[in-house]
Design a binder for this molecule. Sequence first.
Ligand SMILES: CC(C)(COP(=O)(O)OP(=O)(O)OC[C@H]1O[C@@H](n2cnc3c(N)ncnc32)[C@H](O[C@H]2O[C@H](COP(=O)(O)OP(=O)(O)OP(=O)(O)O)[C@@H](O)[C@H]2O)[C@@H]1O)[C@@H](O)C(=O)NCCC(=O)NCCS
Ligand SMILES: Nc1ncnc2[nH]cnc12
Length: 288
Amino acid sequence: MFAESIKPEQSIDHASRATLTPEKIGRLAIGALYREVALAPKPGLVNPVDSGSHTDMDFSTFVRSLQALRGYFPAISRLGMQTPTYAQLQCCGVDAEQRMLQATNGINTHRGAIFNLGLLCAAAGADIALGGSCSAESVSRRVADLWGPAIVASAKPGNDSHGAVVQRRYGSGGARTEAAAGFPSAISIGLPAYRAALAQTHCPQQAAVQCFFALMAELEDTNLLWRGGHPGLDFARKAATTFLARGGVHAPDWQNHAQALHAKFVSRRLSPGGSADLLGVVLFLESL
Ligand SMILES: CC(C)(COP(=O)(O)OP(=O)(O)OC[C@H]1O[C@@H](n2cnc3c(N)ncnc32)[C@H](O[C@H]2O[C@H](COP(=O)(O)OP(=O)(O)OP(=O)(O)O)[C@@H](O)[C@H]2O)[C@@H]1O)[C@@H](O)C(=O)NCCC(=O)NCCS
Ligand SMILES: Nc1ncnc2[nH]cnc12
């Protein structure tokens, strides 16, 4: 069932970490996003086998989108080295969104990722320039310290994005709140879940599945709210909590359980896109 393939650039060693460059940071970002979309089972989401709860995109749409974003992550990381303002980062992010939409014929594959990983690549660049350790914790902290207030202030009342509609309807914070606070869900939920499962299983794919469910159990995922309202979000969180309580990826029948959940999410048209995005964030931070 595993379709994920680990790219060589993800096994960066300590010697190359000392010379982390915007180009390497960019490759790590693309590698993390590739691992996310290639991972299965992942309830409701696009994977190499099927399109989950989506009718307008498939695995090849995501691969095209990633190809279009190859130049973006090194570029924003290079920009980060000059500790820019959030407005300067936004120009770079909006331009990348245009390239993504061109490559996918207008379909939103990586909007959240352009935002989240764009900020983290810029923060990694800033961390290098400011002599930081470039650890997961140091880089995510930089996002909050350098751009947190500007990210919060950038939310426009009249915005008609799905995230903004959900915020008005349900009061949920979503991607902006998570990023402005330095990705607390990734740091305190996703990363520990990934590391613990990896230590126990020695299998990066199983660790990524465990991390995904840990995130979905806790996150206020605006994609779930957009498609299913509170009943949809509650259903997804309960499903993830039950999966974890039954042992998660350490249970002998975990693949059947996760596959059955995939079918249930598809029948309800639910897609945990925010949790998928944060899985990409965790995989990127871990690869640093
Ligand atoms: C700053 C923005 C990201 C603004 O976000 P906003 O809050 O206005 O909402 P959206 O534009 O709708 O996008 C937010 C995306 O963030 C992801 N997300 C959701 N919840 C969370 C969370 N709790 N934590 C982190 N991230 C989260 C999510 O991305 C995924 O979903 C995408 C599919 O979404 P969508 O098309 O809405 O849903 P569908 O169900 O497919 O639609 P239908 O089929 O029903 O029509 C998928 O791509 C994932 O990525 C949210 O979508 C931003 O918009 C912005 O300002 N962009 C400009 C670039 C920029 O300035 N960047 C800053 C510099 S780096
Ligand atoms: N694999 C995936 N399927 C659907 N939406 C997503 N958003 C981010 N990753 C996704």
